[in-house]
Design a protein around this ligand. Structure first.
Ligand code: ZN
Length: 388
């Protein structure tokens, strides 16, 4: 199997010294889509675009609902190579593997490329799959802006089509292969049980911009202090609950060395095994931020940006896959995926490939070629089982 050869074809696209920059509808991500169309063409797969930026390449298309696999090309800022692209490259190789085995699927087998899964450009994770499934309105998505003020409609070349029940009706099941994003998997391949509930909140800290040299310490209303306290509070509250809380993005106005900031905006990412724990965690962080704001003479406002409840994958499908793969481990994950969005509409499962570093959303993310090849074989086994 030519895993390395195919993998190397995309390795340089969007690669910077600091990691991958493959934001949705930017040049590297568009180059990856062009590459995908060419790969699909070489395999005689019929490519269609759903009006939401998602691509589908079908082998043996027919009126019969088909088995879909695939993932996303877009990355987080300075991300790793495997999160997303591994699922697409593995899907193409699984088609090759099935053909090499002489398999003739009774139903269509599709390879999907979902748009803006990370939400790194427009702030809403799984945007492509949410549009497809009607979980977000096309007009609302069209108006989302990136950091440069470019709207999604401008980037994508128009208002998305939105909900496509006709296309969903053509998917009998969806199986996404993905690199594992922690260290929970100690064998090459595992199957997902569930995705933790998670959400993103924007927190705006407003104070009074002023001169760093002339403003007495006692006269300040510095939102940076409230922000800093909130970061620490979020970490502590998460630890107390066995949950995860992260503030990994921040913007400061005016962002000048010699100015007390007027405003700090930060994004809180919160996840836990149980939705009530996420709610409780965010309530606790809000309470502590507000209390601190009173002391700092600042104001705090929390705005939810995205919320996803727990995703329990289709139990019958999960068990069937685990058995087909010889009893591989079944594990939950704290990471969100398009599979989580799709699972509300079609029987959905995920395969994970071992990540020895346990690091993801970072250039240190890695998987061995041997494990990736095991992943392709497992995916081919699963597709053969489901499509024949
Ligand atoms: Zn991913």
């Amino acid at each position: 199997m030519e895993f390395r050869a195919l993998w190397d074809e995309i390795a340089a696209i969007g690669k910077e010294p600091t990691g991958y920059l493959r934001y949705a509808w930017t040049e590297p991500e568009l180059a990856l889509r062009t590459w995908f169309r060419a790969q699909a063409g070489q395999r005689d797969l019929a490519v269609e675009e759903d009006g939401n930026g998602n691509l589908f390449a079908w082998w043996n298309p027919s009126a019969e609902p088909g088995v879909l696999t695939g993932s996303h090309f877009d990355s987080v800022p300075h991300g790793g190579a495997y999160d997303g692209p591994l699922g697409i490259v593995s899907a193409l190789l699984a088609v090759d593997e099935l053909r090499a085995r002489g398999v003739r699927p009774a139903r269509p087998v599709g390879v999907a490329v979902f748009a803006e899964e990370e939400g790194s450009r427009f702030g809403l994770a799984c945007l492509g799959s949410r549009l497809l499934t009607g979980a977000v309105a096309p007009e609302a998505a069209a108006a989302l802006r990136d950091r440069d003020g470019v709207t999604l409609a401008e980037a994508a070349g128009g208002v998305p089509k939105g909900h496509r029940p006709d296309l969903l009706a053509r998917i009998s099941s969806f199986v996404e292969l993905h690199i594992e994003q922690g260290r929970a998997l100690t064998v090459p391949v595992g199957v997902a049980s569930a995705i933790w509930p998670h959400g993103r909140w924007r927190i705006d800290f407003a104070g009074e911009g002023n001169h760093a040299g002339t403003t007495l310490m006692s006269d300040r209303h510095d939102p940076m202090l409230t922000f800093a306290y909130t970061v620490l509070a979020a970490n502590k509250e998460a630890r107390l609950r066995g949950a995860h809380a992260t503030i990994g993005r921040v913007s400061v106005e005016p962002n000048a060395t010699n100015a007390i900031p007027a405003r700090v905006s930060a994004w809180l990412d919160a996840r836990a095994a149980d939705a009530s724990v996420v709610d409780d965690l965010v309530a606790a962080v809000t309470a502590r931020a507000s209390e601190r704001a009173t002391r700092d003479g600042t104001r705090v406002q929390l705005t939810p940006e995205s919320l996803s409840g727990e995703t329990a994958f289709d139990v019958a499908l999960r068990d069937r896959i685990a058995e087909r793969l010889g009893g591989v481990p079944v594990l939950a994950t704290g990471a969100g995926h398009d599979a989580g969005v799709l699972s509300a509409h079609v029987p959905t499962a995920m395969l994970f490939v071992r990540n020895p570093s346990g690091v993801s959303h970072s250039p240190a993310e890695t998987a061995s070629d041997d494990d990736c090849i095991e992943g392709v074989r497992a995916l081919a086994d699963v597709l053969e089982d489901l499509a024949c």
